[in-house]
Design a protein. Sequence first.
Length: 386
Amino acid sequence: MSVLVFIWYYIVPFLFVLTVLVYVHEWGHYWLARRNNVRVEVFSIGFGPEIFGWTNGAGTRWKISAIPFGGYIKMFGESDAIADEGIDGGAGEAEQRPLTPEERAVSFHFKSLGQRAAIVAAGPIANFLLAAVLFAGLVMVYGVPRHYAGIGEILPKSAAAEAGFEVGDRILSIDGEPVKWFADLVRIVSTKAGVPLNIKVRRGDREMMLVATPKKFKRKSEDGTVDEIGLLGVRYDPKQAEYERQNPVMAAWVGIEQTALLTGNILSYLGQVITGKQKADDLGGPIRIAKMSGQMAQGGLENLIFFMAALSVNLGLINLFPIPLLDGGHLLFYAAEAIRGRPLGPRAQEYGFRFGLILVLILMVFATWNDLVHLRVIEFIKELAT
């Protein structure tokens, strides 16, 4: 693969996805800051030297910077609490002088606790809203998949494996009862534990009859009772599906539902990692995100949009973690301020941000190492060396 092809298929989609997510995140902060009459001095996509930019009527410098991995907004008065004590070590006289009443009115530092917390939380919330909108757009344009009774996976030593089913088979009927959807297959089989079933299957251009006996499985219901159901041991084939488009109201509900479900799944996984029930191997960093962005883009626009929505949920959730330097860390400081009745001291905030920076760097190094191992980069380098 040439360098140009690699850049086009992997780097360009990655930068596109990252730029959209960062822009939406920072725009959430910006929009609510402006609604609360805070002057925003800079809105930057990327870090480092400015490549291109302009200043709007509100005095905000909008710019594209040289390092395209992230972004930020700079609000007037955002670091006044630390600058007042000289902790930053570089505050000039212009920053040390008392603010005029007009400057205090547009300073982030002099807004109420509720206003500051809302402005900080607006970034992650914008990412959750973007995910819901993208999910909703997908089900409006492409539809929600309704899976036919096709076989996409056969579990080892299952009833289906013993009966001779193959991946790609399409079940047409069970004991003479027509079957169209995978849900119908589950409904019928679950009530036939231990009962031999005559199952008509289409395989390629021909039809055949297979006999399978669903294996018994005990399932505990929500009310505590134990039910015995039958399992064939198959999963649906995602390629064998019919897509049903949804109206805007239903699509909006699906978007919210998918966003909430994905958020819950991420939190559940992280909880299992923390408690040692899951390995952290699946935690990926920028390299794996770039690879997946390219793969999704090559799989079609709908796949890229779905990936972007999922990544937006991840970005919003990560930013809410109570780690200084992230939005959640700021919210943690504001919670302490609400409890104490006054802000934390500048030195405590400085040490908190230093700790947060170290923790974020450790997580980035760990995720990047996971990427290198997962993508077998280390083995590739060793092979080159030998």
